[in-house]
Write a protein that binds this ligand. Sequence first.
Ligand SMILES: [Zn+2]
Ligand SMILES: [Zn+2]
Length: 223
Amino acid sequence: MGGIPGAREELDRLGRALRTKLVELIDDLTPGSDLRLLFLDEPGVVDWHEPLRYQYWTSSFSGERPAHASAADIASRAAALLGSAGWEAATSQEDAGGRNRSVVTGRRDGCSIEIRVGDHGSLVYFGGRTPAMALYETEEFPWPEPARTAATVTPGYVLCYECDGLGWCPGCEGRGWVRDEARGRKNCSACHRDRVCLICRGAAQLAISELSPYQRGYYPELG
Ligand SMILES: [Zn+2]
Ligand SMILES: [Zn+2]
């Protein structure tokens, strides 16, 4: 898998900048929050079309706002903190289950941060993501080498009729997934991610003495 030069370094740099800004906001807006719960340590795949796109993101961190700070206070403070650090900040309102909530969004270098706060609860929600970046060149998946061929089949056995000696699931060529137009990849419906051929379980060959009458039908040469 060929890495794209500099891409991982750039994504890591953006991930660190995002984390630094989020920590600053959390410390300021919801002091005393447990920052160990802020998970932003590894980029994950967010788009499975080739080339795969990776992103650092978090959407689940919440902290408690101080009793003296209203939701409006938090929203305007968040916008000010973002704006003063060069983030393009915007505030909007959203409906959260019939209740109004402020959403403060900050954008910089393709990164985005969202802070949600409403008067009906004391929790402030923090989310953030870097841009989604390709880290590797489009991967080629060559057809795997067969585990058995006519030349290497064990005496007393025949090549598996399902995979023809491949050993791997012939539906996905042993990857466990197949390409999908909408989502990029989807689980292989033939092997359900087992990856090996369902008939021979990876052995690539079947003992002639154990073939069922139905299976023998695949091998007319056995008579
Ligand atoms: Zn097989
Ligand atoms: Zn499969």
